[in-house]
Design a protein around this ligand. Structure first.
Ligand SMILES: [Zn+2]
Length: 180
């Protein structure tokens, strides 16, 4: 379902000489950072604090949302593609994402409601109102789903899914034919 990138030979031919290849070279293969004045890539990833990308300054615009759920972020991508002339998008999900199995986290959310200045009922109804919109069920499937959904919206952009492993901090390729 996922494939490691440990050498240049592991990078798909489809990505050769693209900013997506550069992302893998910088992050996984420790390639020396070039200097950028103009960004080449849009990176979308989760808000998770364990994700730390090793990329040069000004190389990429970065959109971070819980679970790399890009609903309501389409405008940013369209804007960056059109106005900033960015043609490549990396969608980076990660393992052990907090947006999986949200229903299991409802109790702790409501127990801590005083942090929000809410009572238990307010916290519970808020959680129940929004959990379905933010639940991603499975990190790999959801990342792939977002990549495919955005390809349909933006057929001229090169949109590619990756998985960030929070244990070894490497980016992995997601095998698109075997993942669904
Ligand atoms: Zn996450």
């Amino acid at each position: 379902m996922i494939t490691a990138v440990k050498s240049k030979e592991n990078i798909p031919i489809l990505l050769k000489n693209s900013p997506l290849e550069k992302l893998l070279l910088y992050h996984n293969l420790q390639q020396t950072h070039h200097t950028y004045n103009v960004a080449e890539l849009i990176i979308a990833t989760c808000v998770d604090h364990r994700i730390s990308l090793k990329i040069p300054e000004k190389f990429a615009y970065i959109i971070r949302t819980g679970g790399v759920n890009l609903n309501s972020c389409e405008f940013y991508i369209a804007f960056l593609a059109s106005v900033k002339n960015i043609k490549h998008v990396a969608i980076i999900g990660h393992n052990e994402c907090a947006m999986v199995h949200l229903h299991e986290k409802k109790d702790i959310f409501t127990q801590n409601c005083n942090v929000l200045g809410w009572n238990h009922n307010q916290a519970q109804s808020f959680f129940e109102q929004f959990e379905h919109q933010h639940e991603i069920h499975n990190e790999i499937h959801f990342t792939l789903h977002e990549a495919k959904r955005l390809r349909n919206i933006f057929p001229q952009l090169v949109i590619f899914p990756f998985l960030y492993n929070i244990h070894d901090h490497q980016l992995y390729l997601i095998n698109e034919t075997k993942s669904i």
